[in-house]
Design a protein around this ligand. Structure first.
Ligand SMILES: Cc1cc2nc3c(=O)[nH]c(=O)nc-3n(C[C@H](O)[C@H](O)[C@H](O)COP(=O)(O)OP(=O)(O)OC[C@H]3O[C@@H](n4cnc5c(N)ncnc54)[C@H](O)[C@@H]3O)c2cc1C
Length: 280
C-alpha cells in the first residue's frame, strides 16, 4: 500500500491538490486492478488519489445525441441504468461476462480503460458501441475515439495525471451481441471475445462494428470486417465470409491461457455466432 491516499471531493479540488502530492502517484477507482498489482508487488506508487466518489465521474447522463457514462460508474450499475439499457446493447450484453458480481460492484469502466488490457471486456464492448472517451487535465479537456486510446498492452495515450472523465456512446438505435470464450462460462479472463454492434433494416445490416478482445496487443476494432459487413444481408454465407475476414485481422499470441491458432479460429466462430444471434 502507498504511504498516502488523497481523496479530493471534487474535480476542482483534485486539480488544486495534485501539485502538492508525491510525484509518483496514481488514481484509484474501484481498486480491482490496482490493489491486485499492489498485492503482487508490482505497484510502487507513493500515493493513490481516490477518485471513486468524484461526482463529476459518476452517473449516466443523456444528451440529445449521446449517452455519457461516468468513468467511476461501477460495472454493476450499468445493468440498472435506463439509458444504457436503451442505447448500449453491446455493453449491456458484456456485463454478465465481466468477472463476478462482487467484482462488478467495485470495478469501473474508467479503470478498465486506463489499465489497457487487451482482454478488457468493458472496453471491447464500448469500442463496438463507437464510444468516444472524454479526458481532462487541469482546465484542458479533449475527446478521442476510444479505439485510439490504446497503443499496446498496458499502454495508452493518457498523459501524466490525465483523467478519464467518461465515455460517450452515440444514441443510434441498434442491436448487438457480446460473446466471450474463457476457461469457464463465467469469471475468467477471455481467450477471445467478440463484440458486435449492428443497425438492421429487416435482415440487411446498414451498419456494423466489430471489436475483439484478447487477440491483439490492444482491444481491437476490426475495421475491414466492419466495413465489409455494412450493406450485407444476414445469412450463413455472410457469417462464413465475415468469419474468415475477421480471422485475417487479428494477431493473437500463444500464452498461458490459449494458443494463437485456436484463438484466431475462435474469433471466426464467435463472430459467426454473434451474427446468427442477430438473425434469430
Ligand atoms: C479476480 C478478477 C477478475 C477480473 N475479471 C475481469 C473480467 O472478466 N473482465 C475485465 O475486463 N476485467 C476483469 N478484471 C480486471 C478489473 O476488474 C477491471 O479492469 C476493472 O474495470 C478495473 O477498474 P477499477 O475501477 O477497479 O480500476 P483500478 O484498479 O482502481 O485502476 C486501474 C488503473 O486505472 C487507473 N484509473 C482508474 N480510473 C481512472 C480514471 N478515471 N482516469 C485515469 N486513470 C484511471 C488507475 O490509476 C490504475 O492504473 C478482473 C480483475 C480481478 C482482480
Amino acid at each position: 500500500m502507498p504511504e498516502f491516499i488523497a481523496k479530493p471531493a471534487s474535480l476542482k479540488e483534485l486539480w488544486k491538490q495534485l501539485p502538492s502530492l508525491p510525484a509518483s502517484r496514481r488514481y484509484l477507482a474501484g481498486g480491482t486492478d490496482l490493489v491486485t498489482a499492489d498485492n503482487a508487488g508490482a505497484e510502487t506508487s507513493e500515493c493513490w488519489v481516490d477518485i471513486g466518489d468524484l461526482p463529476e465521474l459518476n452517473g449516466v447522463r443523456e444528451t440529445s445525441s449521446a449517452v455519457f457514462i461516468g468513468s467511476a460508474v461501477k460495472v454493476s450499475e450499468l445493468e440498472r441504468s435506463a439509458p444504457v439499457r436503451k442505447w448500449c446493447p453491446v455493453l449491456l450484453a458484456a456485463v454478465p461476462h465481466f468477472a463476478s458480481p462482487s467484482l462488478r460492484n467495485m470495478a469501473t469502466l474508467g479503470g478498465n480503460a486506463a489499465n489497457a488490457s487487451p482482454c478488457a471486456d468493458g472496453v471491447c464492448a464500448l469500442v463496438a458501441e463507437d464510444a468516444c472517451v472524454s479526458l481532462a487535465l487541469g482546465g484542458k479537456r479533449r475527446r478521442l475515439p476510444l479505439k485510439d486510446l490504446f497503443s499496446g498492452p498496458k499502454r495508452t495515450a493518457l498523459k501524466k495525471d490525465e483523467l478519464i472523465l467518461g465515455f460517450e456512446v452515440p444514441k443510434r438505435p441498434h442491436t448487438g451481441a457480446y460473446l466471450k470464450l474463457g476457461p469457464r462460462a463465467r469469471f475468467g479472463i477471455s481467450k477471445a471475445a467478440v463484440a458486435l454492434a449492428a443497425e438492421l433494416s429487416g435482415r440487411r445490416l446498414t451498419r456494423a462494428a466489430v471489436a475483439l478482445g484478447s487477440v491483439a496487443p490492444v482491444p481491437l476494432y476490426a475495421a475491414r470486417t466492419s466495413e465489409w459487413l455494412a450493406g450485407r444481408t444476414l445469412s450463413a454465407e455472410t457469417a462464413a465470409a465475415a468469419a474468415s475476414l475477421v480471422m485475417s485481422e487479428v494477431s493473437p499470441i500463444t500464452d498461458a491461457r490459449s494458443e494463437a491458432a485456436y484463438r484466431r479460429e475462435m474469433c471466426g466462430v464467435l463472430l459467426s455466432r454473434a451474427l446468427e444471434s442477430l438473425a434469430a
